[in-house]
Design a protein around this ligand. Structure first.
Ligand code: MEV
Length: 338
């Protein structure tokens, strides 16, 4: 039995624009998905997912999508979760050159599903790492990131960047621009997350931005502007001392860019009333800046605030189901039990 875990992430800057080759800066946060894998002799794949913001579900299938039994959970969420696990299994079988390998897989996660915190990337990254280790074919974190990207790319019909999977595999702050993905230095930023209890459909949201971009030059310009502000944010991070608490000036400059980014994402149609309300609750409480994180449409916002003010204000905001502080996760994918 092998257990691996991988962190979720927040986007400091650049979601959506990264799909069109602009840079993005996601940061891994200490909320993890843990995947336990035990090889099976019969070639079947059995998945227990006790906590993926569902009531929990158990599915057994032989690898063929049509053979899936009905389970007591919303079909779209089960389809989405099983599709990611299926894709991770395919990558692990390929990497280990074991096309017939079967697995018992248990997934536990502190990352709400489809809420912008990279739950699917974390499950895919931890799943590929655990399954290849269980087959005695361990991969480097870089190779796990590459294969996890291939898995997401397949499930999301080619509408995925390397950002979520690379960040989850490597940990820390990263910068992704097209195929170039690398870790960068960043000070310990005081992230606060607000979660509205819902989420959006990444595929649909990405397709919506694509359609707007193809229809209007100004929407294409908006995507490029997200890239410009991300580059500005990268310059601020590069000039900061990564080993010290961030200064008030740095937080205020990063926060201004986050506010701008949120406005541009809203213009691109990927915000939601609940996300806007949480962003404003955070700003009113004194956050240096706040924005939606991930694909949008519902889910989470991320704010910068070293004081308890924003977390408390979000707790009392009607639109917010849960708020929490999210430490930067310096470690990416890791083995929990060999
Ligand atoms: C989703 O977490 C982030 C998007 O930029 C899509 C992607 O990068 O694959 C919306």
């Amino acid at each position: 039995m092998t257990t691996c875990s991988a962190p979720g992430k927040v986007y400091l800057f650049g979601e959506h624009a990264v799909v069109y080759g602009e840079p993005a800066v996601p940061c891994a946060v200490e909320r993890r998905a843990r995947v336990t894998v035990e090889p099976r002799e019969d070639g079947q794949v059995r998945v227990d997912a006790a906590d993926l913001s569902l009531d929990g579900f158990t599915v057994t299938w032989g690898g063929d999508v049509d053979e899936r039994p009905a389970v007591d959970a919303p079909a779209s969420l089960v389809e989405a979760a099983t599709a990611y696990i299926d894709a991770a299994v395919a990558q692990a079988r390929d990497a280990a050159d074991a096309p017939e390998a079967g697995f018992d897989i248990a997934v536990e996660s502190d990352i709400p599903l489809g809420a912008g915190l990279g739950s699917s990337a974390a499950v895919v990254v931890a799943g590929i790492d655990a399954a290849t280790r269980a087959l005695d074919a361990p991969l480097s974190a870089d190779e796990v990131a590459r294969r996890a990207y291939e898995a997401e790319f397949a499930v999301q019909d080619g509408q995925a960047s390397r950002a979520d999977t690379f960040c989850s595999a490597m940990g820390g702050a990263v910068r992704v621009e097209g195929d170039d993905a690398r870790t960068i230095d960043a000070p310990p930023l005081p992230f606060v997350v607000g979660y509205d209890g819902g989420g959006g459909d990444t595929g649909e949201l990405v397709a919506g931005v694509r359609a707007l971009r193809e229809e209007h030059g100004f929407a294409a310009d908006t995507v490029e502007t997200v890239g410009d502000l991300t580059r500005e944010g990268e310059r601020l991070l590069a000039a900061a001392d990564a080993d010290s608490e961030p200064s008030e000036e740095l937080l205020s400059a990063l926060g201004e860019l986050m506010d701008f980014d949120h406005g541009l994402l809203a213009a691109l149609g990927v915000s939601a009333r609940s996300l806007d309300a949480m962003v404003w609750a955070a700003r009113d409480a004194g956050a240096a800046g706040a924005k939606l994180t991930g694909a949008g449409g519902g889910g989470c916002v991320v704010a910068l605030d070293p004081t308890p003010g924003t977390e408390r204000a979000l707790e009392f905001a009607a639109e917010c189901e849960r708020s929490f502080r999210a430490e930067l996760a310096t470690e990416g994918v890791r083995v929990e039990a060999p």
